[in-house]
Design a protein around this ligand. Structure first.
Ligand code: ZN
Length: 316
């Protein structure tokens, strides 16, 4: 298994990303908005763009599960779809066809969903984007979610009834962060929000969870007893409507590029206060000048993806 080094540069890179993709689609975008964005993109994207190939393939490549490349540049074969309805979960935004993932991740989501009502006082999961049928880059949203090992879980508990198809397309997730981005919004945040994130973090299969720094602040403040689980909960831009769970490369997947485990400690000190300050500055500080002649980056061509991914996406 290959490992790559990640550093605190994530803060700077994320800031640049935030400013560049301020209009990028988010979990709460409706089907109408999402489909309009996709149609517009498909008109202008080069024919060889990797995201055109991966974003339009409708079904998984059958066979054994195989994960190739890294969370933000890779693909998968043998993906399994999470059932759109379970006893304690419902999949949202079905039109996106992003409920595909590695079988280990799908089983994990089912496990968390099963435990959520009893152990976290959370009726069930509303599941957002996992991956596309063959993973890979998406037409809209997400830098990662490319190898079937990432999933977004809404910060809205499942209602007591089955949502209609229309509701799943148009309903918005809940933003639990306050308007100043420095803490949670006490009118929306509940104990159960903290408990369901903790429940997920305590699953041995979970390698990382991404939440907004304001949410991490609340978890740090409210956590009682053992604090080891907090090391897996990493501050990240956005993630104020959903939290993001990530599992490690499956054993034996030699072509899967893993991340180092998160640093030890609860991460509630300087790293977190730096994130909060940086985020506040990004939203409320002076904006960097916009250069007019700066061209948007060229979309990644399929030929730049790992060779196995090119074969996986092109196979009928
Ligand atoms: Zn995510």
């Amino acid at each position: 298994m290959i490992r790559i080094e990640r550093t605190a540069l994530a803060i700077a890179a994320g800031l640049a990303g935030l400013l560049l993709t301020a209009a990028a689609p988010r979990a709460q975008e409706t089907e109408t908005e999402e489909m309009a964005n996709r149609a517009r993109l498909l008109q202008t994207l080069p024919a060889d763009a990797a995201k055109r190939h991966f974003g339009t393939v409708k079904a998984a490549l059958p066979g054994a599960a195989r994960t190739i490349g890294s969370y933000a540049k890779g693909c998968m074969a043998g993906a399994r779809a999470l059932a759109t309805d379970g006893p304690t979960w419902q999949v949202m935004r079905l039109s996106r066809n992003r409920n595909w993932g590695h079988p280990h991740l799908i089983q994990l989501i089912e496990r968390i969903a099963k435990k959520a009502p009893q152990e976290a006082g959370w009726r069930g999961l509303l599941v957002g984007d996992i991956s596309q049928p063959r993973g890979g880059p998406m037409l809209t949203g997400h830098a990662s979610h490319q190898i079937g090992l990432d999933a977004d879980l809404w910060l809205t508990p499942m209602p007591a009834r089955s949502l209609s198809g229309g509701e799943r397309e148009s309903m918005s997730a809940t933003n639990v962060v306050a308007a100043d981005w420095m803490d949670i919004d006490p009118a929306r945040w509940t104990k159960a929000h903290g408990a369901v994130i903790r429940l997920a973090a305590e699953q041995p299969a979970v390698a990382r969870i991404f939440v907004n720094p304001a949410i991490k602040k609340a978890l740090c403040r409210e956590s009682t007893g053992d604090r080891d689980w907090l090391s897996k909960v990493r501050p990240m831009w956005g993630h104020n409507y959903h939290f993001h769970i990530r599992i490690a490369c499956p054993d034996g997947d030699g072509a899967c590029v893993d991340q180092d485990p998160p640093p030890g400690g609860d991460g509630c000190g300087k790293e977190l206060s730096d994130w909060l300050a940086q985020q506040h500055k990004a939203y409320f500080g002076p904006k960097p000048p916009v250069s007019i002649d700066k061209k948007p980056p060229k979309p990644l061509p399929l030929s730049a993806m790992p060779e196995a991914c090119q074969q996986i996406v092109l196979q009928k």
